[in-house]
Write a protein that binds this ligand. Sequence first.
Ligand code: ADP
Ligand code: PRP
Ligand code: MG
Length: 223
Amino acid sequence: MSKPTRDDSQLILALSKGRIFEDTLPLLAAAGIEVTENPETSRKLILATNDPNVRVLIVRATDVPTYVQYGAADFGVAGKDVLLEHGGEGLYQPVDLRIACCRMSVAVNAGFDYETAVRQGARLRVATKFVNTAREHFAKKGVHVDLIKLYGSMELAPLVGLSDAIVDVVSTGGTLRANNLVEVEKIMEISSRLVVNQAALKLKRERLQPIIEAFERASKQQG
Ligand code: ADP
Ligand code: PRP
Ligand code: MG
């Protein structure tokens, strides 16, 4: 019988630089995996680990679900905000890792009377990176909105009259305060999830399962 060409021992993990990479390191350590290169100082996009069979892809946070969905990565870590926009197709989401915790909120200029505008049925212009979540939130409330898709620095939009409100993630509230904005509605709590390619979970279960369990144990301990 010929040997199968597929190498089920190889594992590819997709992570984004910054808070998700940093917060995933202790979880990887709990699974015995140490990333041996630093994405902040290296321009390399495929990083080695102490395990020759495990490599880490450095991608944009919003691209993590896409790499995992198509199997270019076997597993990854992504925020609930990002996963809701992606839709989660082809992804198994076994663990809430309780990292990169924040909330998704509506914010407006300090002088804008949001409650009255909503009560009077005003049509609101809302700028956000999270158009699906925002659309669903305002539809549930019965508020008519024109959504303006942005890719970052949402806090600027109300300051320059691009929008009446924004939907963005908030943690300390420091960015809102620095820009004279106020949080008027919390939409949901956000944390990051482990996402696994559904086919990889079946084909590479022997390699993936212990890592999933180690991540789960470690995230419960630190949460
Ligand atoms: P991006 O370049 O897309 O902004 P980030 O690394 O800032 O990537 O965000 C990655 C994830 O971390 C987000 O999808 C969100 O779930 C979470 N997050 C974003 N901002 C904060 C924050 N200020 N505090 C905690 N978690 C955050
Ligand atoms: C995120 C988010 C907010 C800010 C909220 O920005 O887009 O601007 O954090 O956090 P705070 O409530 O603690 O101020 P981030 O730091 O990720 O910067 P970037 O996405 O614009 O690079
Ligand atoms: Mg960010």
